[in-house]
Write a protein that binds this ligand. Structure first.
Ligand SMILES: Cc1cc2nc3c(=O)[nH]c(=O)nc-3n(C[C@H](O)[C@H](O)[C@H](O)COP(=O)(O)OP(=O)(O)OC[C@H]3O[C@@H](n4cnc5c(N)ncnc54)[C@H](O)[C@@H]3O)c2cc1C
Length: 605
């Protein structure tokens, strides 16, 4: 909490070169790219970093094989390049994964045509991954016996995935920005911005934790509010040539369906690609693609039945999956960018690709980021740095590398030290990988400090919340360096505990209270109440209420038969603050806004 408080103080007393509103992937990479090059940057989000769309993705880093069918060769070339760059830059957290695709009789394309498409995709990806493979029905039956025989076979190809999760990936960019001097604070909302007569932006903001508000001044304003970009622009009197339409995507999380570390892929009843994605001890199934107009999106009963019906039809499971098998749900909207004149329904929105547009208003020194993907994040960071330079902000260190894992020498030193102290012998039995591998991936160079903590006090290597793999040293690290402001920030975004265990199980997990005390000190009870509801977990609970030290902890993949609809809301349905749920109110009277200008606008895709 100290980091947040000290950053709040700095937000109040500094005029920044750039203020970025929105800490999803687009805002996070923008902050990282600018801060590393020496620009003074502030980043605010009215929720947690990655707490909106960026925590609801499919966790894939992919070149967009499906866009080949629509002939979007340029986009696929660009996305494959972005994917390869991310795999190279983050070898431990962005990894190649095989997609095992099966085709059904009567599908719109033959198995061979699709295989040729996969070959073309591999070539466009500059042969960076393993080559695709044509699969007969016999191959599928032998290698993935859970796939129901419904056609002539299929094909296998490669893309990549985020080993931890999307939100952690985003947070690591926020952390990198902080390391380079950016002032990033979560739970701070923009209430609206206006241009002052001296040419600076004044943005009225409110601390959503204590309600106090003040003004942040900046030379340039970046609107990275994701699906709320249009709303914020309207509030600030900024007019743009582009706008968003929304496509809702839902994923359901169930216990792990197939042991193989690959993505089971098929074409669902609506003809779209559909995935069963491994995520540690669970599988993430989806997704849907439904046009919606209202935010935030909600999981409907029809979304659940679409996903369950499709997976039950195409996989041979001992028991068909039902709502009772759902451990958690994910639900977000893809903000799809369209030129403004095409907005009113004339556009074939399902076929819209997921490109991004950076729209720059030179007169107002204002930038809006539309659309995008996690996969394309390095390009967004670079384009924002270019746009900010174009608006007259000098980058003192223009060539400074702003992304990627540390050099091999630091990595080697970490693994050498870990080996000498026998770190991997302390790996929790529920962990799917050696402790050293996980610590390096999550904390990179900072993992060396964790080794030191464990050397000083071996209890630092104990798993704290039983049934998860997170150790005591990580809680201390999170408390100091990861701006965990609410319990959900840790359970759902810095870690993936809330994705692999049901709320009811987390609530009684031994160690939860200790973890909260490390994270929040005297505020532990308040934070527990905020997450689980008042008095459902107490800081000094009777033994029967919290489980005992020898209790079961969180099962590796929960098998509770509790119906999903009766559970606490998943993080996808995490209650939103009133500000998130309603339209932001303008901080400035309408009449005092500067006239919208489109002069000097520069659009890039
Ligand atoms: C179902 C689904 C699956 C997807 N799968 C993939 C995938 O596998 N691979 C891939 O590359 N991409 C995927 N995407 C796309 C990708 O997730 C999104 O394009 C990306 O996360 C959008 O990031 P963003 O930063 O623009 O928006 P967001 O993550 O929504 O961030 C915007 C932030 O702005 C904040 N904000 C809004 N208004 C204000 C305000 N007034 N003051 C302060 N803060 C504010 C919000 O709280 C939010 O955190 C998927 C998307 C969906 C929905």
């Amino acid at each position: 909490m100290k980091l947040r408080q000290s950053n709040l103080n700095k937000l109040e007393n500094t005029t920044f070169d750039v203020l970025i509103v929105g800490g999803g992937i687009n805002g996070a990479v923008s902050a990282a790219a600018l801060a590393a090059r020496g620009v003074s940057v502030a980043l605010i989000d009215r929720g947690d970093f990655a707490g909106f769309t960026s925590q609801q993705s499919s966790n894939l880093v992919w070149g967009g094989i499906k866009y080949l069918e629509g002939g979007e060769l340029g986009l696929v070339i660009k996305l494959c390049g972005s994917r390869n760059r991310l795999i190279r830059a983050y070898p431990s957290s962005v990894r190649e994964v095989r997609f095992f695709a099966s085709i059904e009789h009567g599908f719109r394309r033959s198995r061979f045509t699709l295989f040729l498409g996969a070959l073309l995709y591999w070539m466009i990806g500059r042969f960076f991954t393993k080559p695709p493979r044509l699969l007969s029905q016999a191959d599928i039956a032998r290698e993935e016996p859970r796939v129901a025989p419904r056609g002539p076979g299929g094909f296998e190809y490669s893309d990549a995935y985020l080993v931890d999760n999307d939100a952690r990936f985003v947070f690591n960019f926020v952390r990198a920005a902080l390391d380079h001097g950016a002032i990033a604070v979560n739970y701070v909302a923009s209430l609206g911005s206006e241009r002052d007569p001296d040419g600076l932006w004044s943005t009225r903001v409110r601390d959503e934790e204590d309600g106090h508000s003040w003004t942040i001044r900046s030379k340039v304003l970046v609107n990275a509010a994701g699906p709320y970009v249009d709303q914020l622009n309207a509030q600030n009197g900024e007019s743009t040539g582009h706008t968003h339409v929304f496509s809702k995507g839902v994923h359901l999380i169930v216990k792990r369906i197939t042991p193989e570390p690959r993505v089971i892929t098929f074409f669902a009843d609506d003809g779209r690609l559909f995935f069963v994605i491994p995520l540690g001890p669970v599988s993430c199934i989806g997704t849907t693609d439904t046009r919606v107009d209202d935010l935030p999106p909600r999981v409907e009963a029809s979304d659940r039945s679409f996903i369950l019906d499709n997976v039950n039809k195409r996989l041979l499971l001992e028991q068909p999956l039902t709502e009772a098998d759902i451990i958690a749900e994910r639900c977000g909207v893809r903000p799809l960018v369209v030129p403004k004149q095409e907005q009113g329904g004339t556009v074939d929105w399902v076929a819209l690709s997921r490109k991004h547009i950076v729209e720059v208003n030179q007169t107002d020194k204002h930038i809006s980021i539309f659309g995008g993907k996690l996969t394309d994040c390095l390009n967004v960071g670079q384009e924002i740095a270019d746009a900010v330079t174009y608006l007259g902000i000098a980058l003192p260190y223009p060539k400074r590398r702003w992304y990627g894992e540390p050099d091999d020498s630091i990595r080697d030193e970490f693994f050498h030290q870990a080996k000498l102290m026998g770190l991997d012998s302390l790996t929790a039995k529920e962990s799917s990988e050696p402790l050293s591998t996980r610590l390096w991936r999550r904390y990179a160079a900072s993992a060396l400090a964790l080794l030191d903590d464990i050397r000083q006090d071996p209890s630092m290597a104990e798993v704290l919340i039983k049934g998860t793999e997170y150790i005591r040293a990580e809680m201390h690290h999170a408390a100091q360096r990861e701006m965990v402001t609410k319990l959900s920030d840790f359970l759902r975004r810095r870690s993936k505990i809330a994705l692999i265990a049901r709320t009811e199980e987390i609530k009684v997990a031994p160690g939860l209270l200790d973890a909260c005390e490390i994270l929040f000190g005297p505020l532990a009870q308040r934070k527990l109440d905020e997450y689980f509801g008042p008095h459902s977990v107490t800081a000094h609970p009777p033994a029967h209420a919290t489980g005992s030290a020898s209790g079961p902890g969180i099962p590796a993949a929960s098998q509770s038969s509790r119906p999903a609809s009766a559970q606490q809301p998943s993080q996808a349905q995490e209650p939103l603050s009133p500000q998130q749920a309603s339209s932001p109110q303008s901080a400035f009277p309408e009449a005092s806004r500067p006239p919208a200008s489109s002069a000097g606008r520069l659009a890039r895709s």
